[in-house]
Design a protein around this ligand. Structure first.
Ligand SMILES: [Zn+2]
Ligand SMILES: [Zn+2]
Ligand SMILES: [Zn+2]
Length: 269
């Protein structure tokens, strides 16, 4: 049996997005729509289910742009504002689906969300005047997937993001690795055979809590996914000039980019 997995890049920008308000650099004034990057997030269709990775600041208009049909759950990478603050707009999907939406993250992420958005964790009421969410803490993968969605295995990795530990996910043969400044050898080994890797690539200059261009290129070559797309890019990385420098089988992502992967469910032993 196979399950089709489609990932749509909702946003591939850094916390400021691009164009940056008030900036007139080459990226920010570019007419190439691929230089217009909203805050970093993805929508992953796994069979008939729809899952988000993060609810960034731009989530509402990303959902409108991609006409997202439904949301069964959200995988949170970490609670920085650019990955979380669109959370209120899950309300529209709770209302449409007449039910709660499951959210998943590490212990710190879930505690932070429950503290900042406590009003979203009440039982379903009559008015739908706020999102209704159910929180789940996910254990970290030690080589093995931690849970399944539609029989597709989900790996949850702990990656360093400055002083925080951020979550990265492998969903079948797709991997989303944003907001990190290193990937351990063990986690690199768990990415063997991925079709699509989406990888943090903040800017040219080294930065404490993200991969810079050179580091991102090096990990792309080491992990050697069939295709690597760079995400979480600032306006310092202009699309065409970054594309011209990319290693083989790698390219900058752009908002609206969609990839498909077919996951074969192994027959039961
Ligand atoms: Zn971020
Ligand atoms: Zn700029
Ligand atoms: Zn972050």
């Amino acid at each position: 049996m196979t399950v089709d997995i489609t990932l749509t890049v909702l946003g591939c920008g850094s916390s400021s997005g691009s164009p940056v308000v008030g900036c007139d650099c080459a990226t920010c004034v570019s007419r190439n729509p691929k230089n217009c990057r909203s805050r970093c997030s993805a929508y992953v269709q796994i069979g008939e289910q729809g899952w988000l990775i993060d609810t960034g600041t731009d989530f509402r208009w990303q959902a409108l742009r991609e006409q997202l049909p439904r949301i069964d759950g959200v995988l949170y990478t970490h609670p920085h504002a650019d990955h979380l603050n669109g959370i209120d707009d899950l309300r529209a999907f709770c209302y449409r689906q007449k039910g709660a939406i499951a959210i998943y993250g590490n212990k710190h992420t879930i505690a932070n969300i429950q503290q900042r958005f406590d009003y979203a964790f009440f039982p379903v009421g009559h008015h739908w005047n706020r999102p209704v969410l159910q929180a789940h803490v996910v254990e970290t993968s030690d080589q093995y997937p931690v849970f399944h969605i539609n029989q597709v295995p989900i790996w949850h990795f702990a990656v360093p993001h400055g002083r925080w530990t951020c979550s990265a996910f492998r969903i079948g043969n797709l991997a989303w690795f944003t907001d990190l400044n290193d990937i351990s050898d063990e986690v690199v080994a768990c990415l063997a055979g991925v079709d699509y890797l989406f990888l943090d690539c903040l800017m040219e200059r080294a930065y404490t809590s993200h991969l810079c261009r050179e580091q991102a290129f090096a990990f792309a070559e080491r992990i050697a996914a069939k295709h690597t797309y760079f995400i979480h890019m600032t306006h310092a990385l202009e699309y065409e000039s970054l594309l011209a420098q990319c290693p083989p089988n790698a390219a900058p992502a752009y908002d609206g980019l969609q990839v498909r992967s077919r996951y074969c469910i192994p027959a039961a032993a």
